[in-house]
Design a binder for this molecule. Structure first.
Ligand SMILES: NC(=O)c1ccc[n+]([C@@H]2O[C@H](COP(=O)([O-])OP(=O)(O)OC[C@H]3O[C@@H](n4cnc5c(N)ncnc54)[C@H](OP(=O)(O)O)[C@@H]3O)[C@@H](O)[C@H]2O)c1
Length: 283
């Protein structure tokens, strides 16, 4: 069994492929179409997009043109972070479904607990409550299989758990070697919410970190392979983004094991990409 088809079982019983193919900054048109097509040919069975990435149409076209059966594929998209009223959410969701051209999506996430322009300035508890209730309504309609969160800290997760009739299945957060959000990760685990690791390569900023390179050499793998394997062994869904064939293939070859001792070193290490920009509600 390839690591690309390994799954975790989420708190609602659905099985999510452990590796999702990231598409942020993968431009709509030929770039996104080719990247997703190549990923599907390589064997990725989980695609992560968002309304905000502007590429849902090309992602959907690549899925439609592939040989992969819909039931063998996991598709995640995200509600724009700034839209938190029922009317805006229903309109956003319809636009995503039209662009993706799918009958249902596997996972719909609130992209952020705040509009990006106000990230970290205050909490939006009542707005997120209305948002969650609307996502629950959409899931009940059958057009979404699972619903979840992204960029939520402990306060924001608690706010949702206090009112949820349907529990979030995941929280998608920035997560890479030396930046693993211990408080958010521990709280999510206590509440059976799976962490999805976004920017597992720190959007490329981890590539030239000498300490990670040293350990990658020991395992005769590349830095991205070590960094991705690290996130998997910590039990997260991991979301590498790539556009070239070489990167797409390399990031799928993760059938090796980091020893417990080396995982302990990595888990204790300092931020492997200290210059990388961090979300202001995290850290
Ligand atoms: N929920 C959120 O707020 C949020 C935020 C950020 C990201 N995400 C999700 O997480 C995904 C991944 O995060 P990310 O986009 O920040 O990027 P990432 O996966 O951390 O890093 C991607 C960068 O690494 C390069 N790369 C990939 N594989 C490589 C390899 N084997 N060797 C050398 N370079 C390699 C890519 O190059 P090429 O592209 O040139 O191949 C790209 O420049 C996103 O695409 C998105 O789906 C979600």
């Amino acid at each position: 069994m390839s690591v690309l088809t390994d799954t975790y079982t989420l708190n609602n019983g659905t099985k999510i492929p452990k590796i999702g193919f990231g598409t942020w900054q993968t431009a709509e048109g030929k770039t996104a179409y080719d990247a997703v097509s190549l990923a599907l040919q390589t064997g990725y069975r989980h695609i992560d997009t968002a309304r905000a990435y502007g590429n849902e149409h090309s992602v959907g076209q690549a899925i439609a043109d592939s040989d992969v059966k819909r039931e063998d594929l996991w598709v995640t998209t995200k509600l724009p972070a700034g839209d938190k009223t029922r009317d805006a959410i229903l309109a956003d969701f319809d636009r995503s479904m039209t662009a993706l051209n799918l009958d249902y999506i596997d996972l719909y996430l609130i992209h952020g607990p705040w509009p990006w322009s106000q990230a970290g300035r205050r909490h939006f508890d009542s707005e997120n409550t209305e948002t969650w209730k609307t996502l629950e309504e959409l899931q009940r309609s059958g057009r979404i299989r699972s619903i979840g969160l992204s960029n939520f800290d402990v306060h924001d997760m608690t706010n949702i758990l206090n009112i949820a009739e349907i529990k979030p299945v995941v929280n998608q957060i920035q997560y890479y070697i030396g930046f693993t959000e211990p408080k958010i990760s521990a709280f999510a685990k206590e509440n059976d919410i799976r962490i999805e690791a976004y920017s597992p390569l720190a959007t490329g900023d981890i590539l030239n970190t000498p300490s990670v390179q040293q350990l990658a050499d020991k395992y005769q793998v590349s830095v991205p392979q070590l960094a991705l394997r690290f996130t998997l062994q910590n039990g997260t869904v991991t979301l590498p983004k790539a556009r070239s064939r070489q990167h797409i293939e390399e990031d799928s070859q993760l059938d090796f094991q980091i020893s417990d001792a080396d995982m302990a070193v990595l888990n204790a290490s300092a931020d492997a990409a200290p210059m990388h920009s961090h979300n202001r509600t995290q850290g």
